[in-house]
Design a protein around this ligand. Structure first.
Ligand code: AMP
Length: 556
């Protein structure tokens, strides 16, 4: 296995193979197989183009050949930061076919996150869309390249003429496959039991962690999710969450769609009107959303303008959906099959089942998709709590990783000695066997499904000359679920405003969703019995203040 990764112990690997969970198949072969079975079927659609399975497969082969021609090698690691457009699909599978390992960056990531990923992985290339949502990724790419010696290649989607940048557009037009034997790419076939790509964890400690996912386990993950949802070749998922996230990528997501020969609709706008318009135009049947996005849809006047009858399934992921939102959704779209998904980029996927009783769908976050998922709910001493009581969810199984990339020290706390991943989520078992998420132990903010490490933001704030101490906590929000509040004890003689603080933080070139949305300047912090900052008290303080200000609406 790739150096820096924690392999599954041999006995588990053998068992997962013998039981047929892991197959000797790469993600590239999954696409190839579907393209052979359904060559003419529409496979990917976005605003500008539709590709059939044979076109998708051919273009990813072609691009893979161009990448090899330009010096990429199996085992290279690259950064991939492309929004939900058809090129994402082609590029991802081109890389997967030749064993070039992408780090699945979010489009919101900026210089600081990307340079960290590039340094950690010694990335050789940066693949990007030059412009998206008014941000200039090309300039960022050049700046990164100037700083990071390993970053040899900048590869942009589309056409262009910037110096030092290769463009995918002309490569996709130029058939290179005629020059090679038809089995040429087979030489570069990656090991299905080795790393295919890295997902990015929201992170609970200072720096985001990279999660190495292998071909075999990722295919298994997607296929178990497919079974739970009963997907088939008529399924048309609309991918509107960033495709680099685990839920839209593989639970069942894009990979699940390939597995069944369905059609993926790539939607790069989260604006409610374009969402409704895309559902109508492409006759989407399934969508995974964050609860925050769902609330925006429910509040949008455009929701009655479009024909949404094709949409049969709507699953909520990334964050807990309040019972009120569930009821409101059923009232608005009574024929919709609504579901809750409680998954994580580290692996485990829980889902309510389409045929679960309505109150179970409303009140729980689902149960594991695979019979081989092992879950335990434990107390502080890793002892199982009595049934129905709240404890931390820990898990292992055929698609839950055994360690983060190059993070030996952190792995010792994030995983038990027998390989269970400590999710940091506080859950209880519902009498039906489904899980109910009650809170979390990890120190992060879940802003509409995007995770923010409190420690990461605190470390940045501490760099400000006027800050003596800081504590970053989640504050409740009726739409986003949570937003970030920074408590600060200033140094004597320093005044600080939220604007000035955020101006300072933006200079650190971080993803904008990490910026605090409220600043509370205080003379001192409440402390716990052992002298740590009592964050719970700070969370209560800000929640009470927001309630008193009448800003919480439906939030309990
Ligand atoms: P990510 O790896 O970004 O998908 O984040 C995974 C984490 O998101 C989980 O460990 C939970 O803390 C949180 N999460 C995901 N889905 C849900 C859900 N349905 N309800 C509550 N928390 C969730």
């Amino acid at each position: 296995m790739l150096e820096g990764c924690t392999p599954f112990p041999e006995e588990f690997k053998r068992e997962y193979i013998c039981r047929g969970y892991w197959k000797d198949q790469t993600l590239g072969e999954l696409l190839q197989q579907t393209a052979w079975a359904f060559p003419e079927r529409a496979a990917v659609t976005d605003q500008s183009r539709t590709l059939t399975y044979s076109e998708w497969n051919l273009l990813s082969d072609r691009l893979a050949l161009h990448l090899l021609d330009h010096g990429f090698k199996s085992g290279d690691i690259v950064l991939l930061q492309v929004p939900n457009i058809w090129e994402f699909n082609v590029l991802l599978f081109a890389l997967l076919k030749i064993g070039v390992l992408p780090v699945m960056c979010l489009f919101q990531h900026r210089h600081t996150e990307l340079s960290y990923f590039a340094m950690l992985t010694e990335a050789r290339g940066y693949f990007f869309a030059p412009q998206f949502r008014k941000f200039d990724y090309l300039t960022m790419g050049k700046e990164l390249q100037a700083e990071i010696p390993t970053l040899e290649y900048l590869v942009a989607v589309g056409d262009g003429s910037a110096t030092g940048v290769s463009y995918m557009g002309p490569w996709l037009e130029m058939p290179l496959e005629d020059r090679y034997p038809s089995d040429y790419l087979a030489k570069f076939r990656p090991d299905p039991f080795d790393v295919a790509f890295f997902l990015v964890s929201g992170g609970t400690t200072g720096i985001p962690k990279l999660i190495p996912r292998t071909h075999a386990e990722y295919i298994y993950d997607a296929q178990e999710n497919v079974k739970v949802l009963g997907w088939d070749s008529n399924t048309v998922p609309l991918i509107v969450l960033p495709a680099a996230h685990n839920a839209p990528l593989g639970q069942p997501g894009l990979v699940g769609t390939v597995a069944v020969g369905g059609r993926t609709v790539m939607c790069s706008s989260t604006d409610p009107e374009s969402f409704f318009e895309s559902v109508e135009r492409h006759k989407a049947t399934y969508v995974t959303l964050s609860p925050a996005m769902l609330i925006n849809l429910l509040n949008s006047p455009a929701r009655r303008k479009y024909d949404l009858r094709s949409l049969r399934y709507m699953y909520m992921a990334g964050q807990k959906m309040l019972a009120e939102t569930v009821e409101q959704t059923w009232a608005e779209w009574p024929s919709l099959i609504l579901g809750q998904a409680f998954g994580m980029a580290e692996g485990l996927s829980n889902k309510t089942r389409p045929d679960d009783p309505k109150e179970v769908i409303r009140d729980t976050q689902g149960r594991p998709v695979s019979p081989a998922d092992e879950i335990r709910i434990v107390d502080n001493d890793d002892k199982d709590v009595p049934p129905g009581e709240v404890g931390e969810l820990i898990t292992r199984g055929p698609y839950t990783v055994r360690g983060y990339y190059k993070a030996e020290e952190h792995n010792r706390v994030a995983f038990t000695t027998d390989g269970f991943y400590r999710t940091g989520d506080m859950v209880r078992m519902h009498p039906t066997g489904n899980l109910v998420v009650e809170g979390r132990r990890k120190d992060m903010i879940n802003r509409g499904g995007e995770k923010i490490s409190a420690e990461e933001v605190e470390n940045l704030i501490l760099g400000h000359e006027g800050v003596y101490m800081t504590a970053v906590v989640a504050m409740p929000d009726p739409v986003m679920g949570e937003r970030t509040c920074a408590f600060i004890v200033p140094k004597p003689g320093h005044d600080l405003t939220l604007e000035a603080l955020n101006e300072f933080l933006m200079e650190k070139r971080i993803a904008k969703f990490k910026l605090p949305e409220r600043l509370e300047v205080v003379p001192s912090f409440p402390l716990t019995g052992v002298g740590k900052i009592a964050k719970k008290d700070l969370r209560d303080q800000i929640a009470n203040k927001l309630r008193a200000e009448g800003k919480l609406g439906a939030v309990r």
